[in-house]
Design a binder for this molecule. Structure first.
Ligand code: MG
Length: 218
């Protein structure tokens, strides 16, 4: 079973699923050539997509264009279904840094044909995560700096203040479709600057003051 580690206690929680939002930063939506969506764009990654900080990112043999996307993730504290944004904070246990790794060539081909993104977004190892920091006050989620460096070159730098939909709004929207269970993770989208990873790259990413992770691409 895949798990997430709570930083303070070291407790491991089972992760059932990962629900992710696409196109949630205007600058990234623009760089992808997409229209601003009128509702959150949601997709899923299976729990088998999880790897942990320090694990190798294994370059999949099924792609020639593996892209990085650095994101704020929310760990769910207790089960919820069809809740309102105002009730979302009561269901947030912690936040973490996640990479929503994407097979961009596979995704672009799928978009062109109107096919699903499941393989492009949900392949094994497509969700590297940090430990989770417990959320005492959900307002901290609104102004977290996040960024990503590849081999000392800054690729992504953003702030969660620029999210189109807030974490609370995304959680509520996701709960309209899926029962969110304790340990599930909600990914909140990536700022601009997504780009390719190659075998041999070193990736460093950060979120807020407390989370900084490294990965090697092999
Ligand atoms: Mg993403």
């Amino acid at each position: 079973m895949s798990y997430v580690v709570l930083a303070k206690t070291g407790e491991k929680l089972d992760v059932g699923k990962i629900v992710a939002a696409g196109q949630n930063y205007a600058d990234h939506t623009k760089e992808m050539g997409a229209e601003k969506p009128s509702a959150p764009v949601l997709f899923m990654k299976p729990s088998t997509s999880i790897i942990h900080a320090g694990d190798p990112i294994v370059y999949p043999s099924v792609t020639n264009l593996l892209h990085h996307e650095v994101e704020l993730g929310i760990v769910i504290s207790r089960d919820c279904r069809d809740i309102e944004p105002v009730d979302a904070p009561a269901h947030m246990l912690g936040y973490l840094l996640a990479l929503d790794l994407t097979l961009r060539d596979v995704q672009l081909a799928a978009k062109k044909r109107g096919h699903p993104w499941a393989t492009a977004k949900g392949f094994d190892g497509s969700c590297p995560i940090s430990e989770a920091i417990e959320i005492d006050n959900p307002s901290v989620l609104r102004t977290l700096e996040l960024g990503l460096v590849v081999n000392d070159e800054t690729r992504q730098q953003g702030n969660t203040a620029d999210m189109v939909w807030t974490s609370e709004e995304l959680l509520a929207a996701a709960s309209g479709f899926f029962t969110l269970e304790r340990g599930d993770i909600l990914l909140t989208g990536t700022p601009a600057g997504v780009g390719p990873l190659e075998r041999g790259d070193t990736v460093e990413a950060w979120l807020g003051e407390e989370l900084r992770v490294w990965f090697n691409v092999v």
